[in-house]
Write a protein that binds this ligand. Sequence first.
Ligand SMILES: Nc1ccn([C@@H]2O[C@H](COP(=O)(O)OP(=O)(O)OP(=O)(O)O)[C@@H](O)[C@H]2O)c(=O)n1
Ligand SMILES: C[C@](O)(CO)[C@H](O)COP(=O)(O)O
Length: 238
Amino acid sequence: MEQKWGVVIVAAGRGSRMGTKESKQYLRLADKPILVHTLELFDRLSFVEEIALVVGEGDIVRCQSWVSEYGLRKVSAVLGGGAERQHSVKLGLTALRSEWVMVHDGVRPLVTEAAVANCCRAALASGAAVLAVPVKDTIKQVDAGGVIVSTPDRRSLWAIQTPQAFRRVMLLEAHARAAAEGFLGTDDAMVVERMGVPVSVAEGDYTNIKITTPEDLPYAEFLLAQRRSSALTGRGET
Ligand SMILES: Nc1ccn([C@@H]2O[C@H](COP(=O)(O)OP(=O)(O)OP(=O)(O)O)[C@@H](O)[C@H]2O)c(=O)n1
Ligand SMILES: C[C@](O)(CO)[C@H](O)COP(=O)(O)O
């Protein structure tokens, strides 16, 4: 891909659902912290030119030391995040200059290079794109009393992942408008959609899990071991 990209890696969360003292992005996955796996993946992509890493204020020094420790040549900024993921993204965007940018969760270390490239190509073709996978379970809307309200047609439901890819100026405008209007979304596509901008879906992999709750850790260990074994035997990416 000729187009060069900036990346915001968001890792300023507390990881409360993981229930560990250490924020989950710093827990070890095999031989290194989860966040390092994620940073190394984007740092080795030929079409990535700059990475802004957004972390907790107290973690800035530790993460800055990783730049030399792990040779993360494209990490151009390590900065403090905000109270919500959306705030952290907005802060990260201010540290980038690339025309096109991706936003990725620091706790999604298993995204594949091929899937990232697919997301970027989809964004270049349509203006904005997110990685996603079709849901496998039946999803139902349930009211506060635990009663089922509706069952949307599963054929139209996708589980949305990251990276999510946009023109930087457009995403900055969307975040500024969301902030001005007090809107808080759970992903970046939401602040773009609400401006009436179409966002396309690039199909990704079910292995691009967001490490969120305790059972995700052993699963991530399994997936990483499987991928490393495939790489050794040449059976391709999983
Ligand atoms: N204020 C925040 C909140 C979240 N994130 C990041 O956004 C990604 C996805 O968020 P999530 O999985 O919800 O992480 P946490 O908010 O840390 O988890 P929890 O909701 O369980 O506290 C994570 O890499 C997280 O570090 C962030 O940069 N800034
Ligand atoms: C951005 C995201 O990963 C897309 O599925 C998800 O919305 C993040 O949610 P979280 O509650 O901040 O983990």
